[in-house]
Design a protein around this ligand. Sequence first.
Ligand SMILES: Cc1ncc(COP(=O)(O)O)c(C=O)c1O
Length: 461
Amino acid sequence: MKPVTRPPPRRAELPPTPHRPAPYDGPSRDQALALRREYLTPALLTLYREPLCLVQGKMQYVWDDTGRRYLDAFGGIVTISVGHAHDTIVERIRDQVGKLCHTTTLYVHPAAGQYAKALADHFPDGSDLKVTTFTNSGSEANEVAVLTARVATGRFDVIALRNGYHGGMHATMGLTGQGTWKYPVPQGFGVHHVAPGYCYRCPFGLTYPSCDLRCAHDVAEQIRFGSPGEIACFIGEPIQGVGGVVDPPPEYFKIVYDIVRRHGGLCIADEVQTGWGRTGDHFWGFENYGVVPDIVTLAKGMANGAPLGACTTRPDVAQHMTQRLHFNTFAGNPVSMIQGLTTLEIIDAEGLQENARRVGGHLRDRLLELQERHPLIGDVRGKGLILGVELVDDRVPKSPATAATADVLEMTKTRGLLLGKGGYDGNVLRITPPMCITRADADFLADCLDEVLTELESRNP
Ligand SMILES: Cc1ncc(COP(=O)(O)O)c(C=O)c1O
C-alpha cells in the first residue's frame, strides 16, 4: 500500500508579547528542586519529567528561571482567569496589604459583604443563590456544601459521580470518584458513586441519544438499592475537569436533579473549574444544562490564583447552619476578598466570557480539524476555554494513550506551550488557559499540537 503523504504541519510560532519580565536573579531550578526534595513532602507531584521552575508571569504567558517564555494553556490548573499579574489586581492587592492583611469574620469588614453581593448578582435571577460561606480552597468549599446539605435535610446519604474530583481531604476524598486519589483509609461515609455522562466511554456501552440517558436514570436505582430511600444531596461537576474534561449530554443534569429532588436531596454544583464565564456561552457551568442548583461551590479561578473558595446557597438552606458554631480563621479575609472581587470585575469589564466563547470556539474547531488527521486523537470535548483532547493508541478499542500523552506534554513544553493532563488513565490533554488568550495564541497551540502529533505518529506509523 502506498504510504499516506501529509502536508507538513504549519510551523508553530509563539506569538510576540509586549511584556518583558524583570531579570530573574533568584535561585535556579536545580537549587529550588534540591530544597524541595529535602524539605517538602515527597508526595508532591510534578507535571513534567524534567520539572519546570516558573518564576514570573504576565497575562497568558509565564517565564521559567532561565528566562524562557511559555503560553500557559493550563492556567495554573484553571486558577488564572484574567491573566497572570494583571495590573489592576497587582495595584489593588498592594493597596490592601498596605492597609490590613488579615482580620477574622469575628469583626466586620466591608470587602466580604461587597464581594458576596457581587457573587449573588452573578447567579441566575430567581435562583435565590445569595448567601456565601468563604473558605480557602475548593476542598473546604465542598466540605461545607455537603455538611450544609446534611444539616439542612437531616439526611446523610450523598450521591457523587464516578470519575469526579472534589478534593483531597478526608470528606472530599470520599466524594472523589477515582481510586488513584484515594488513600486506603476510612472515607466516603454515606457516599454512593454513580455513572458519569461520559459518552466517549459510556459506562453502559450505549450510544447517545439512543441510550435514553441510562446513566442519569440509574441514579434512581442507586438511591433505591443503596440508600434508605431519601438522600441529603447530589454533588457533581458540570464538566469533570480532573476526570478529563467530561461533559455530559445536555439533558443529563435535568434528569439527575429531578431524581435527587424527588428523593429529598439538595443539588450541589461543583463549579470549581467551570465557573466565571469559562464555558463561554454561560457564566456558570450548570447554566449549560438548564438547571439551577441549591448549593454552588467555587474556588480556583475565582480569585485569579489567590487561595480562596466559597459555598453559596439560598438563605433558607444556610439558616440551618446556625444550629452550631462554624468558623474558619482565614476565610473572608480582606486581601482574598479584594482579589476575588477585582477578578470578577475584570471578567465583566474585559468581556472575558465572550472571549472564552469566541477564542474557545475557534480553538475547538481547530482541534476537531486535527482529530480528522491525527489517529491519536480519539475525542475532543468541552466548552469555551475548558477543552479536553483524549488520546488513544487505537481508535477501535479506544486504548488510552497514556505514554503518548506524557510525550505530548514534554514535546509541547520544549516548543513553548504548557498543557494540562487528566483522565483516570492520564490520557487527556486539558486546555484551560487564562481567559485573556488571543486567537493567535489558540493558533499557536493548535499548530504546536499538530507538529508534535505528526512527529509522534511518524515514530509509530
Ligand atoms: C472540581 C474540583 N473541585 C474541588 C477541587 C479541590 O480544590 P482544592 O485543590 O482547592 O482543594 C478541585 C481541585 O482540583 C476540583 O477540580
